[in-house]
Design a protein around this ligand. Structure first.
Ligand code: IVH
Length: 676
């Protein structure tokens, strides 16, 4: 074939494959057999391999997943990505319209669209001349992460738009989600592989979107629904939201099919009630109905509240479903810190389309305060897909109940007498050798936020402990304890999986001190505390030698943390464990931020005022300090810049008077993360 014919064939293959994708994913009406699809796909892939000049940004071959990245680039949204205000009942919805009518009286007659509110991860897709060029997460609303390679693997994201009339450059907003059925399948597989399960489809989707390896994202099979566009500075001849949704579908975007137009709010209420019934039956998580003013001209007129939410849309949320069922018994799980966590074993009950048979009871004080007893009928809820919880007993007059619940005086696993620190609600098993604590501790040590030893989850840790191949975390690294031959004697290990596990263990030796400190599971030490300690002392030896007062004097470290850390390092058992970890080759120091231990903000002082769009004050301060900078409470001539959030106070006036530069959160993030 000649060059021109090859280019034509490549274009044809792209079109055929994308059409097949759309029919399969967008319409749920496959038009092509899998074998035929594979044949065309291979043809295009080979063609592109031989003639790289034929590769295009919209080629379906890119959907297979690019090479893993080491980090995501930042992506600044053309227009901020907003969130939505909530309305929990008809009256709040009415108040929303009343407020809008004061700004633009026409809203009452403009009609409203009702859309299912998808509960996933918000994304923005940029199209340039109808070709998908960039995809980003929401991030802080102004700036997200560039996850283009991952979004290309989402098979119903159109790579090239169909139809006509799309703005030359536009950002399409949508929600990436994982179907409930996929979520359950994925969790079953993870459980079998000993990997931690996802708490809910939303977390699973957000996690998949932020994988550095697009092949992992692809394997999760994310989906998307789109509902909004931004095309600043361009004329868009689409008058209503209802029409926009129709056009989005024409252009090839998946649009949640239950959207509808109602004449006014009085018609909305009945339609919303119907949708409320529908939501739990859908195969995707939906956490409400979005009500939008239909006429787009009014969107511009009504505008937004800060950079936070549009006035022209509101999320109608529903009170979480509550069901009554029998509390069969109260069981206890012992966590890695030794905390005894009571939970309810329930007669299975369906809540929001899911069968619930256990629910958390939080702590013993709550059980007492609510007088929850075994055998009671209890109200159970599952708010926003989180772990089900028991709200309280339903006590009927004349029904005999069991006697009040008595918290155990001994650890249900090892029998040690429990301790109840005065200033805490939690009750602890004090025995560091308690089998439950050891199991949970090792699982935590290996978990993703800690040493990140892939494929070492509950089931495997339990198997290794039961087979006595390990007794503590140091044994994982000790090849006299744990080696290939021994792993192969265990069920569920083949040569490849065993070697993979050992490799993952070995590569975790390179984790920095902060990660190791967090992984050790010292009471009160979260990842932030671990980082403060690691940055201050730089290396394990110095931290071990430090006095409690010295630890307590570190900015951001309180007396409780200092006492816990000192206590941990004073314990001979822990000292022996650390000596062993060191001998086994684990890294015991913290990389410094820049040359000479400095960060990009060294020598700079920032003051923060007002509410920042995504960071809490504490988090923002931590960020500055982690980058070597300093945070002060008052503005002076020495202030490098004032970070301004919403509703800024008098600091803003003072900064203006002194000529101190003003920056926003996005700028702060950029500076703190910049390389010097
Ligand atoms: S409209 C300017 N419509 O909910 C556009 N949002 O809690 C504002 N969401 O950030 C959003 N389904 O990610 C809109 N049909 C829908 C939606 C929807 C899901 C998400 C979206 C938004 C979040 C706000």
């Amino acid at each position: 074939m000649k060059g021109r014919d090859l280019a034509k064939r490549a274009a044809e293959l792209r079109r055929l494959l994308e059409r097949a994708n759309y029919a399969y994913y967008g319409l749920d009406r496959p038009e092509m057999s899998d074998a035929e699809y594979d044949r065309l796909f291979r043809e295009l892939r080979d063609l592109e391999a031989r003639h790289p000049e034929l590769r295009t940004a919209d080629s379906p071959t890119l959907r297979v997943g690019a090479e893993p990245a080491t980090a995501f680039k930042k992506h600044r949204h053309l227009v901020p990505m907003l969130s939505l205000a909530n309305a929990f009942d008809a009256a709040e919805l009415g108040a929303w319209e009343d407020r809008n009518a004061r700004l633009a009286p026409e809203v009452r007659e403009a009609g409203c669209t009702l859309e299912v509110k998808i509960d996933g991860a918000a994304v923005s897709l940029t199209y340039d001349d109808g070709v998908f060029v960039t995809g980003a997460t929401r991030g802080n609303g102004l700036e997200g992460e560039d996850v283009t390679a991952n979004l290309r693997t989402v098979l119903d994201v159109p790579l090239r738009l169909a139809g006509k009339g799309w703005p030359k450059k536009m950002e399409v907003r949508g929600e990436v989600y994982l179907s409930k059925s996929r979520f359950e399948k994925l969790n079953r597989e993870r459980e079998q592989a000993g990997e931690p399960v996802f708490a809910n489809p939303r977390n699973a989707a957000a996690g998949a979107l932020r994988q550095l390896d697009p092949k992992i994202t692809r394997s999760r099979r994310l989906r998307i629904f789109c509902f909004h566009i931004e095309a600043p500075g361009q004329k868009v001849a689409i008058e209503t939201q209802h029409e926009l949704l129709r056009r989005l579908a024409e252009w090839g975007f998946p649009v949640e099919p239950h959207y509808q137009l109602v004449r006014d709010l009085s018609h909305a209420h009945a339609a919303i009630a119907k949708l409320e019934q529908l939501l739990p039956t859908l195969d995707y998580g939906a956490d409400g109905v979005v009500v939008k003013v239909n006429r787009r001209a009014l969107h511009a007129e009504l505008g937004t509240v800060g950079d936070r939410e549009p006035r022209w849309a509101v999320a109608r949320k529903f009170a979480p479903e509550v069901q009554v069922t029998k509390l069969q018994q109260i069981d206890i799980n012992v966590g890695r810190t030794g905390a005894l966590n009571p939970y309810a074993v329930l007669e299975p009950v369906e809540i929001g389309g899911v069968t619930v048979s256990t629910a958390t009871l939080h702590n013993f004080e709550l059980i007492k305060a609510k007088d929850i007893r075994e055998g009671d009928l209890v109200e159970v809820t599952r708010a926003g897909e989180v772990i089900p919880q028991v709200l309280g007993p339903v006590v009927k007059k004349g029904v005999r109940r069991k006697s009040p619940y008595r918290p155990p005086a001994e650890c249900p696993v090892c029998g040690s007498t429990v301790e109840h620190p005065e200033d805490e609600v939690a009750v602890y098993c004090p025995n560091v050798s308690c089998p439950a604590r050891i199991l949970e501790g090792i699982v935590h040590f290996a978990s993703r936020g800690a040493m990140d030893i892939r494929s070492l989850g509950y089931e495997r840790v339990r198997a290794l402990l039961n087979a006595k191949l390990i007794h503590d975390v140091a044994d994982l690294y000790d090849r006299n304890q744990l080696n290939l031959l021994q792993l192969l004697t265990l069920e569920g290990f083949a040569e490849k999986s065993a070697q993979q596990l050992l490799d993952a263990v070995d590569s975790s030796k390179r984790q920095p001190l902060s990660t190791l400190l967090f992984a050790l599971g010292i009471r009160h030490i979260g990842w932030q505390g671990a980082r403060l300690l690691a940055r201050h002392f730089g290396e394990m030896g110095r931290l071990r030698a430090a006095k409690q007062e010295e630890i307590a004097a570190i900015r951001g470290v309180g007396p409780a943390i200092a006492a816990a850390v000192a206590g941990f390092f004073n314990d001979p058992k822990n000292r022996r464990l650390l000596d062993r970890l060191k001998r086994l080759g684990l890294r015991m120091d913290e990389p410094t931020a820049g040359p000479g231990g400095e960060g990009p903000l060294t020598g700079q002082t920032y003051v923060i005022t007002g509410t920042l769009p995504s960071l809490s004050r504490t988090r923002a301060a931590e960020l500055v300090e982690a980058a070597g900078g300093h945070v002060s409470d008052s503005v002076s001539r020495n202030t490098t810049a004032l970070v301004v959030g919403a509703d800024a106070g008098s600091k803003l006036d003072k900064a203006r008077a002194l000529g101190v530069p003003l920056i926003d959160e996005a700028e702060l993030l950029r500076r703190a993360h910049s390389k010097r």
